[in-house]
Design a protein around this ligand. Structure first.
Ligand SMILES: Nc1ncnc2c1ncn2[C@@H]1O[C@H](COP(=O)(O)OP(=O)(O)OP(=O)(O)O)[C@@H](O)[C@H]1O
Ligand SMILES: [Mg+2]
Length: 261
């Protein structure tokens, strides 16, 4: 026969055990800390270790196939249960319309235009990229600071000034550069829109009045800048002259590795 004292203490032990089990069930597994970095500046009020999502950048010239690839990649990622968010140039709610208008008028100096683009980038960084990474999303950037830097550099801006301007940017988890020959770019742009873009042809630089010649020359210069940045910023250079499916397979395999760590 158990004494009242003994049965009381057994009930207490059972209670403690139940409580401990309940506490264990309540525990939520926290995501592992991230090792994100910025290119130099601290980003105010941002704990980089909490940015557990992945930032994947696709770079490449106009018509290099970025949108085509991003569509496929987003389908694949979301089909596998990953939440995705897309960002890109001239997509901020803050200044994208003003930037578009400024380009139509061609009235801004090179410095003001650079700062305008940097503002567009900073707004997306603060309001889209960082919150999405914090929530564990995969952020796909259709171009990033590298295009902006390359454009500034071929227009003769001071490289140190340019580098400092974008030191607020986060270092992506991977950067893919779709390397496409200017001749292929012309064919693809003409097939897509039957025209070439004034800015993407570098017409503001006044090389020549012929847009085709200007496009070829400008794209060669931009490509040179990209290939020079390749080592510093650890680009994966992808041969974008190949058929869409081949490019996609290479990207998908590489991104799979990035996501699985
Ligand atoms: N690997 C490829 N081979 C042949 N054509 C392609 C390839 N990738 C894309 N294209 C075609 O080239 C055109 C431009 O592609 P897309 O719109 O994806 O490029 P983009 O880099 O997003 O261009 P933009 O800078 O205008 O946004 C489209 O008509 C597309 O179907
Ligand atoms: Mg596109």
């Amino acid at each position: 026969m158990t004494t009242p004292n003994k049965s009381k203490s057994a009930a207490k032990t059972r209670n403690e055990r139940r409580k401990a089990q309940y506490r264990k069930q309540l525990q939520v597994a926290l995501p592992a800390q991230s090792s994100k970095l910025s290119y130099g500046c601290d980003i105010p009020n941002v704990a980089l270790e909490k940015l557990t999502g992945k930032l994947i950048v696709l770079e490449g010239a106009d018509g290099s196939g970025r949108s085509t690839q991003i569509r496929e990649l987003v389908d694949w990622l979301e089909g596998n249960g990953h939440a995705t968010v897309q960002v890109g140039l001239k997509r901020s709610t803050l200044v994208s319309e003003e930037l578009e208008r400024a380009q139509e008028g061609n009235i801004l100096s090179q410095t003001t235009m650079s700062l305008f683009y940097a503002t567009d980038f900073a707004d997306q960084l603060e309001n889209m990229i960082i919150p999405s990474l914090k929530a564990g999303f995969i952020v796909i950037a259709d171009r990033y600071i590298y295009t902006l830097m390359a454009r500034d550099l071929v227009r003769g801006m001071n490289p140190i000034w340019v580098k400092n301007l974008y030191s607020i940017a986060l270092v992506p988890d991977a950067v893919f550069y779709l390397n496409v020959s200017p001749e292929h770019l012309i064919q693809r742009n003409l097939a897509k829109t039957q025209s070439l873009d004034y800015w993407e042809s570098g017409m503001d630089l006044g090389f020549t009045r012929d847009m085709f010649d200007s496009f070829l020359k400008y794209q060669q210069l931009i490509r040179k800048e990209f290939l020079q940045m390749k080592k510093t910023y650890k680009f994966h250079v992808i041969n974008g002259d190949r058929p869409t499916e081949e490019v996609y397979e290479e990207l998908r395999t590489a991104i799979d590795k990035v996501i699985s760590g």
